[in-house]
Design a protein around this ligand. Structure first.
Ligand code: FAD
Ligand code: E1W
Length: 457
């Protein structure tokens, strides 16, 4: 194919943009990356706060394909399960998987981004920091960037939009052709706080877990950082009766909320007042588009195409799966970007919609159900059924976090399984009372075996 056909301009040097640049540059593509922020390797990462993310098998697999897994895992903290802190009752660890091969990883967003940018550059991608996309002339194929020293015009062959939930490229594409865009804002937002190390320099609570304080209509979570701190995220409704961000307007009110509802967490967060006052309330929502691309000229991926609520910890993982799929389609289409983008959209749109739905459903689960007896019994039953029907029954969490079965198939199987789990546990208190004959017959009849491809992708 002609050399200019194997050229791509990536908008956004965040998580998806940097990974996509690696995957294309490694295959010999000429890749330019334009990122609005300054180089985080020189200027530090946005704000300097430690923000972490959960990396699961889908994201880790993409990092392996990019040769980035070792560099990333070096700085990761293993999380074996969710550590639930009920208001009354005993806190404890609920394992995510069967053993330490089924775990997820807490990684620092800034360090991850820097590792990916370094690798992209080492494979020949050219990075342009301090370049914010502001206008695109799709007729002339020229993109205009705002820089510290005025506006810059750059010709392009194809634009790959990894510029996040507030994507400027998306807005520019929509001026040429409506994308069928819709955002469903969640009526809850979030605020980030921090648990510093203990006096002896160690972790203040169990390091190898994702901590959850479920409180029915709202919750707190904490993920470990390798510097022995935890990033705490408080999720509350924006408005309405206490507690909401409207009714907890400042640090003093937040301290009262924690004293009443998160009494074990309060002494762990010494800078609660100041951080609550200083940090913004983040907004959360689900973004859907009918179209992800403008023929062969531009395509969107990651949050720019399908931002989701964070409650399954899959936004980045899904964005990384997008990168692998898009790079593969672009390479296979031998320069026909319109065909590649159409094939990418067809493959990924149903899967993005599925994880968006599962992420919304998981908020209710996390804030309201993880400390219920019937929830725990259903999780036990899932593990028992996985043993009884290996290759056929996989727990919901395992399909999303430890397997690479397409999200849409994971969702379909989970919905069917949920019905069985509910029916099988109705009115009983222990697994000894389960009607195994009925359940085995249902599973044999209704759940087709998982294929190797569904498990490995
Ligand atoms: P981003 O990471 O947002 O990157 C976009 C990049 O584009 C940025 O660098 C930005 O500066 C740049 N940019 C923006 N506009 C322009 C422009 N005009 N010109 C040039 N550059 C531009 N996901 C997980 O998998 N696990 C988790 O545990 C998890 N936890 C989360 C917790 C919270 C509270 C939230 C809000 C999200 C969480 N996510 C998680 C989701 C995850 O953060 C996103 O899905 C992921 O960052 C998407 O990557 P992206 O590259 O598409 O976008
Ligand atoms: C994970 C922000 C965030 C990130 C996550 C998760 C959750 C709750 C949240 C989902 C989960 C890792 N989850 N945890 N336990 N059960 N489901 O797995 O990333 Cl709120």
């Amino acid at each position: 194919m002609p050399a200019e056909a194997r050229a791509a301009t990536v908008i956004g040097g965040g998580l998806a943009g940097a990974l996509l640049a690696i995957l294309l540059a490694r295959r010999g593509w000429a890749v330019e990356v334009y990122e609005q922020r300054p180089d985080p390797r020189v200027h530090g990462y946005a704000g300097g706060r430690s923000i972490n993310l959960a990396l699961a098998e889908r994201g880790l697999h993409a990092l392996r394909l990019a040769g980035a897994d070792a560099a990333v895992l070096k700085q990761a903290v293993m999380m074996r399960g969710r550590f639930v802190h009920p208001l009354h009752g005993t806190p404890g660890l609920q394992r995510y998987g069967r053993d330490d091969t089924e775990v997820i990883w807490s990684i620092n967003r800034g360090e991850l981004n820097i590792a990916l940018l370094d690798l992209a550059e080492s494979h020949g991608a050219r990075l342009h920091f301090g370049h914010a996309l502001e206008r695109v002339d799709f007729e002339a194929r020229i993109a205009h960037f705002r820089t510290g020293s005025g506006s810059q015009a750059r010709p392009f062959h194809a634009l790959l939009g990894a510029d996040g939930a507030g994507s400027t490229l998306r807005a520019e594409m929509a001026r040429v052709q409506p994308l069928g865009e819709h955002t469903d804002w969640l009526d809850h937002g979030y605020k980030e706080l921090e648990i510093p190390p203990a006096a002896d320099g160690g972790f203040r609570i169990e390091p190898h877990a994702l901590h959850i304080w479920p409180r029915g209509q709202y919750m707190c979570i904490a993920l470990p950082n390798d510097e022995r701190t935890f990033t705490v995220t408080l999720f509350l409704p924006h408005a309405g009766p206490w507690p909401s961000f409207a009714s907890v307007p400042d640090g003093a009110a937040a301290e009262a909320l924690f004293a009443a509802q998160f009494p074990d967490a309060l002494p762990l967060i010494p800078r609660l007042r100041a951080d609550y006052d200083a940090h913004p309330v983040g907004r959360l929502g689900t973004l859907t588009l009918e179209r992800w691309h403008l023929d062969g000229r531009a395509v969107l991926l990651g949050d720019a195409a399908h931002a989701m609520v964070p409650f399954h910890g899959q936004g980045m993982n899904c964005a990384f799966e997008d990168c692998v799929a898009l790079a593969a389609h672009m390479h296979a289409a031998a320069g026909d970007c319109a065909a590649a983008f159409a094939a990418f959209e067809a493959e990924r749109k149903p899967n993005a919609a599925a994880i968006q739905q599962m992420a919304l459903e998981n908020y209710i689960e996390m804030r309201d159900r993880v400390d219920d007896a019937d929830y725990l019994l259903q999780r036990q039953l899932e593990l028992a059924l996985q043993k009884r029907h290996p290759g056929r029954f996989a727990p919901h969490y395992a399909m999303v976090s430890f397997m690479r079965i397409p999200y849409a198939q994971a969702l379909a199987r989970s919905e069917l399984q949920r019905g069985l789990l509910q029916q099988a546990t109705r009115g009983i208190a222990t697994l000894a009372e389960v009607d195994w004959a009925w359940l085995d017959a249902q599973i044999a009849a209704r759940l087709p075996p998982l294929t190797e491809a569904e498990v490995r992708g």
